[in-house]
Design a protein around this ligand. Sequence first.
Ligand SMILES: [Mg+2]
Length: 305
Amino acid sequence: MTSDFETQWRLYRRAEVRLPRVRRISPPAPPAAPRRVGGLVELLSRGLYDAVVLDAWGVLNLGDAPIPAARAAFAALRASGLPLRVLSNDAGSDAPQSAARHARRGFDVRPEEIVYGLDLMAPTLETLGVAPEECALIAPRPAPRAEHTARMCDLSDPRADVARALVLLSSVGYDDATHERLRGLLRAQPRPLLVCNPDIVSPEPVGSAIEPGYYAHALAEELGIEPIFLGKPFPGVYARLLEGMPGLARERILCVGDTLHTDVLGGAVAGMHTLLVESGFFRGQDLEARCAEAGITPTWLSAHL
Ligand SMILES: [Mg+2]
């Protein structure tokens, strides 16, 4: 793995076979080409939207550093009084911890405004009929959602051999030995692999970090397994998001993000409008060309939030 953009882009393109298909959906019909705007403030002034859904990494912050232009846009969004949500693929934190980090960076996000793919972990296990005690967890301890994860064994625990499901939350501390162990368990006994952060990479102030989706897609390619992805761009997290905003028409909701294959694809498949910003994954790239290449078209493009 490398922090080289082309390599990361190819990984997202290769993963498309496992992602939702944007062309199947309507409304709104995907625009033929995205339109350039100055940012969220310009769109707010046009009165096009009744709610805004923000990605965090690459939109509000890079690593721990706030993106300066995002602060003013976020303040304008707050001043507008529109409902806002932060839709996050972070599966390493509980909402109060995330909200505290956002506050430190200058964004007053309330815990109840954050929606995670991780929120779907417990309901998905319940649907599978698997108890937390029957799961092996891949995440640093203490892990978020302690009421469930504290009851899961670690991957290194012999009980993981007979775990009925494997739950991948975080790539922090994930090394070659982790990957070998996970691969060995899936080979020995195929079983559900829940991936609560489908991202392949996330942008840092310099370079990028490898995220759980990277390992999950690699295992899917190698072993022919079908990981259960919980988070953007998969539909479950959008259903949960919309449940929490009753009465809002989805075509009046704007999803803002810095990646095509998570934020824009997921928002479009869910029937919402999308704004792709250049301040994260696509730093220094030709956005129009990348959108055309992938066939994923946001409604809007801008340099930053
Ligand atoms: Mg992002």
